[in-house]
Design a protein around this ligand. Structure first.
Ligand SMILES: [Zn+2]
Length: 410
């Protein structure tokens, strides 16, 4: 692999040159640089071709992706492919990650390291969702990205901690690592991958990436986002003190076991190591725990039993709707942490304010309504997948404070 230096220029396939102006980071198979092309800054992903299973296949796949185009504008899709170097190295340009989006890995850690521009000193900066609304929105947006990808008949070869960029204030997402996306059922052109995101059959090397392997990846991504840990890393894994590559593959492949498998407790989270997972397992309502249990027990080794995007969307829209912000004291939490005055009314445990609920014809649960609560298209139409379009918002009557109504936003 030829390493690029600052000032170095790479030729693009369709003409022009991109000049290297900086470095963003290193991946398993590549280095990502900042490059200037046509007066704009781009990210240049430059492969270490020795780490690719089949560089020619990778290049062909890139060309297919460039000509097919992105499933939608949330995918940071390969735009311009470079010419090959004399040793066969190549790369491509894609858009730069906007400043307002965080790496998924930083959200999972809860912080990022920022270098002060003037002194170069490294500072630790917290990276946290501004609200439970933003967190649940990001989970829904990830589900939707998989839906769009599958609609375009594409799947991931594998995904890793840098696969998503997330706006922690709004929950908006952008999809990174789009060069890892292949046409459904195509063999992998990349060696290895990140076991924590890969379906066991991919870890074992007995399958090609397809929509079902992606459904495992989707469940793993959502578990990491909601529970801040790995669904398969518990006592069994920790007991192997020095994990060799072979053992890691065993834990994520042949011997994979969900940490909360109801029929086998040998891989439970370990206090002091997996505290986040233990804490959040106590936090989420049962329907969330049930869907993850299904995803990582029935769906672990049987690809046909994995949770699909519609089911995730259904439980996550409920979770979003059940984030209550008390209109009186501002306390914000999942509905299960509010008292029940009766089966139609929640009660704030802090200020005793009552929060009424609405019954939607196709939901089996009641939607809490409070000032600012939003009603989405999928809440009112049983055949709608649209979890983004707001059709109604609970507003307070300006002339009569304390009187609420639903504003029609459609
Ligand atoms: Zn309150």
């Amino acid at each position: 692999m030829i390493k690029l230096e600052i000032g170095h220029e790479v030729e693009l396939e369709y003409g022009g040159r991109a000049a290297i102006t900086g470095i963003i980071g290193k991946g398993i198979h590549d280095i990502v640089y900042i490059a200037s092309y046509n007066g704009t800054q781009w990210a240049l992903k430059w492969y270490d071709i020795d780490k690719l299973d089949d560089p020619e296949k990778m290049l062909k796949n890139l060309k297919d992706n460039v000509s097919d185009g992105a499933p939608n504008n949330k995918f940071m899709w390969p735009k311009y492919i470079t010419k090959k170097y004399s040793d066969g190295s190549f790369g491509f340009l894609m858009e730069m990650k906007p400043e307002s989006f965080e790496y998924l890995v930083d959200i999972l850690k809860g912080y990022k390291i920022v270098n002060e521009p003037e002194t170069g000193r490294a500072n630790k900066k917290n990276v946290r969702f501004s609200s439970l609304f933003a967190m649940t929105a990001s989970a829904l947006n990830i589900v939707n990205a998989f839906r769009k990808l599958h609609k375009a008949e594409k799947t991931y070869q594998y995904l890793d901690d840098n696969g998503f960029f997330i706006n922690a204030d709004t929950g908006a997402i952008l999809v990174g690592g789009c060069d890892h996306i292949v046409r459904n059922g195509d063999a992998k052109a990349l060696k290895g991958g990140m076991p924590g995101y890969m379906a066991p059959e991919l870890v074992k090397g007995v399958a090609c990436p397809d929509i079902n392997t992606d459904r495992y990846t989707l469940a793993a991504s959502l578990f990491k986002l909601l529970f801040r840990g790995d669904p398969l890393e518990g006592r069994k894994v920790v007991n192997d003190i020095c994990l060799t590559e072979e053992e890691i593959l065993r834990h994520y492949g042949e011997d994979a076991l969900f940490v909360y498998d109801p029929n086998d407790d040998s891989n439970r989270p370990v206090r002091g190591i997996h505290d986040s997972v233990m804490k959040f397992w106590e936090t989420y309502p049962d329907y969330i725990k049930e869907v993850f249990t299904k995803a990582f027990t029935d769906g672990l080794n049987d690809p046909s039993k994995r949770v699909d995007e519609s089911e995730w969307q259904s439980v996550l829209t409920r979770l979003r709707a059940e984030v209550i912000q008390c209109p009186m004291c501002g306390r914000t939490n999942f509905a299960r942490f509010f008292d029940k005055a009766d089966h139609k009314t929640y009660k704030c445990t802090n200020c005793r304010e009552e929060i009424p609920t609405l019954e939607m014809s196709h939901h089996k649960w009641r939607t809490p309504v409070f000032k600012g609560a939003k009603i989405y298209e999928c809440d009112i139409y049983s055949d709608s997948n649209d979890f983004l379009t707001v059709v109604g918002e609970v507003v307070e009557n300006k002339l009569r404070p304390g009187v609420f109504g639903i504003k029609n936003c459609s």
